[in-house]
Design a protein around this ligand. Structure first.
Ligand SMILES: *[C@@H]1O[C@H](CO)[C@@H](O)[C@H](O)[C@H]1NC(C)=O
Ligand SMILES: *[C@@H]1O[C@H](CO)[C@@H](O)[C@H](O)[C@H]1NC(C)=O
Ligand SMILES: *[C@@H]1O[C@H](CO)[C@@H](O)[C@H](O)[C@H]1NC(C)=O
Length: 415
């Protein structure tokens, strides 16, 4: 009977399996944990597409399917410029922050432009972050069934972006409605102003609204140099209202750094030295809820012990935004925008041809180290915020990539 001969053989196999099971388990665990840690490190460094390619087979597979689906949607390529390697080394040097799924997954945020809908995109435009470029792309370069109505009256671009019947604004930004909450209004001003019914007033109708804030962040060192250049060329934002808790700060609360109408020809040293210069830590201040520190009163804004409150508030604001972009990561920013709001740009948002911006990074790097250090010191909150922002951006971007790959109908030809 064959079964008699097989029986001992079977029990032998069972014994063998029992014997080997623990080592299988160990091997299996090692395999998994290895995958996990490589995934974690890959998340940190895979913004550049060459690094992306150099990882495991499954990753290169996803990248290929990604570039396919991206081509289909006439969108952007993952960049591999040297800028990204700057970005990567920066991430590596940073603290690793923890984010929740809620902070990271903002994909397919419901956003509708219909007549009876309530969605409004609010663009918080901080000075010298590339926001003008981004803002123009919002009004001119999105694929929309009802495009914004651009009209270059009096040399100033104006493109109201409304619902089909023209009665509801879905974009609240300089180019869509003008500076309705003040020139370069910050988060504090925007939230107070919109809460007090600015859009009801504008549209002459009361309605519920869902605000979706977006912004652009930039490397704070270059941004600071860029602002200095801009101001030394004679620009000022003297008309900014800096409203907080319903009023603008007094001259005692916010003393001017210069007399007269502009600060032209100011040296970088002078510019840095003025303690009330709003260029210092501008991004943190503009993203924070200034009510938390008593607005501009009592010099609290410049008090180092208040810095942490500002920074934490700015981080919280950033997490709550369904979208923000990083000025130097244009292609990644475009892809993330498209995936977040299910909107598409008509053409890729090409590298900004702005000689001033490129110039400011060059100037920064040509400065003596001691000056660079001082710039860092007077912008230390912004440096920390930017570090946090780039990591959160990277997480959101990676999440969007994975999502794109999973939902791509693309099949590899040889698999
Ligand atoms: C961004 O995308 C455009 C168009 O797809 C491409 O030509 C350009 O090289 C990309 N930029 C970077 C930095 O990868
Ligand atoms: C700034 O410098 C330029 C060139 O040196 C000069 O023409 C201009 O008058 C200066 N402006 C002020 C306000 O000093
Ligand atoms: C800002 O802080 C104040 C004071 O705590 C609070 O009343 C207000 O709702 C906050 N604003 C936002 C937009 O979170």
């Amino acid at each position: 009977m064959p079964s008699l001969r097989i029986l001992p053989c079977r029990s032998l196999i069972v014994k063998l399996v029992m014997l080997l099971m623990p080592s299988f388990l160990v091997l299996f665990y090692l395999q998994i944990s290895d995958k996990r840690s490589s995934q974690a490190s890959q998340e940190l460094i895979s913004l550049g597409h060459s690094t992306y390619l150099s990882h495991s087979k499954s990753v290169s597979h996803s990248r290929r399917s990604l570039s396919h689906s991206v081509k289909v949607s006439q969108s952007v390529k993952v960049s591999d410029s040297s800028k990204v390697s700057d970005f990567v080394s920066q991430i590596h040097s940073a603290t690793v922050y923890r984010f929740t799924e809620d902070d990271i997954n903002k994909l397919h945020t419901p956003f509708s432009m219909g007549n009876d809908e309530s969605d409004v995109m609010v663009f918080l435009h901080m000075q010298k972050t590339g926001g003008t470029f981004f803002g123009k792309n919002l009004v001119r370069n999105l694929q929309l069934s009802t495009p914004c109505r651009c009209d270059k009256g009096r040399g100033m671009l104006k493109c109201p972006c409304t619902s089909p019947n023209g009665k509801r604004y879905w974009l609240f930004s300089r180019y869509s409605v003008g500076w309705k909450c003040g020139l370069h209004a910050d988060y504090t001003e925007l939230t107070e102003c919109l809460l007090s019914g600015k859009l009801d007033e504008l549209e002459q109708q009361m309605r519920q609204r869902r605000y979706h804030y977006v912004t652009v962040l930039r490397d704070p060192m270059s941004r600071f140099v860029s602002e200095w250049q801009h101001v030394s060329r004679g620009a000022s934002w003297i008309d900014s209202t800096h409203r907080c808790k319903g009023r603008s700060p007094t001259k005692q609360e916010l003393p001017p750094c210069y007399e007269g109408v502009s600060w032209s020809n100011v040296t970088l040293e002078e510019f840095m030295a003025c303690p009330h210069n709003l260029a210092r830590n501008r991004q943190t201040r503009m993203m924070a809820n200034l009510s938390l520190i008593g607005c501009y009163a009592d010099d609290m804004l410049y008090n180092p012990s208040k810095g942490q409150i500002l920074l934490e508030s700015a981080k919280q604001t950033l997490r709550s935004f369904p979208y923000f972009s990083i000025q130097s990561l244009l292609n990644e920013s475009q892809l993330l925008f498209e995936q977040t709001f299910d909107l598409k740009f008509q053409t890729p948002m090409f590298e900004q041809k702005n000689r001033h911006n490129r110039h400011s990074a060059d100037i920064l790097h040509s400065l003596p180290e001691s000056l660079q250090k001082q710039i860092l010191e007077v912008n230390s909150l912004d440096v920390q915020l930017y570090d946090y922002a780039t990591q959160l951006f990277n997480k959101r971007y990676q999440y969007a990539l994975r999502h794109l790959v999973q939902h791509s109908s693309y099949r590899e030809p040889y698999s």
